[in-house]
Design a protein around this ligand. Sequence first.
Ligand code: FMN
Length: 184
Amino acid sequence: MTRLLALSGSLRAASTNTALLTTLAELAPTGVEVVQHGIGDLPLYNSDLTGPALAPVERLKAAITAADGVLIAVPEYNYGIPGPLKNAIDWASRPAYASPFAGKPVAILGASAGGSGAVRAQGQLKQVLLGMGSQVFAWPEVAVTFAGQKITDGVVTDETTRGFLERFVVAFAAWAPAVPNPLG
Ligand SMILES: Cc1cc2nc3c(=O)[nH]c(=O)nc-3n(C[C@H](O)[C@H](O)[C@H](O)COP(=O)(O)O)c2cc1C
């Protein structure tokens, strides 16, 4: 079984980015499991924190470590990565260069309400992932524009977009477990 961990950069219940991940789980090929992991319970990054406050951090790091690959759906906030997602990534990035993200295959996708497809945030997220030594999936890319028109009840219903999502998850699920880890 190939296990893909899915992180949504949006905390809201009706998130279009979370809907992309829900749809990927539906479209994943046989033998591939897409499991979402919430980031809303993480404290704000503070290296002084100790003890029980770090339990959500440890859960996130363990989930990333256990996964063959990580999928991140990123909304774009003011041309950039939303704070809650950057916070989660910063927590999981420690210890530097030996974190659960080091060498980990990661694929990015994004949805926007307008015509951008969150491409600026996706580009920034790739840069951040490279800084942690992650192996960033190059292609195919998924940028879902005018997402509100393509999603119903938390699932992508637009057939063309579903086709892109299926090709994306099939390609990433084939690549992620096979890619050698140069850091591991
Ligand atoms: C604080 C904030 C800033 C935003 N900035 C952008 C932006 O720079 N570019 C863009 O395409 N959409 C922007 N949006 C709109 C988002 O694309 C839209 O809210 C989207 O639905 C968020 O993703 P979600 O549905 O997964 O929550 C912004 C939304 C918020 C709340």
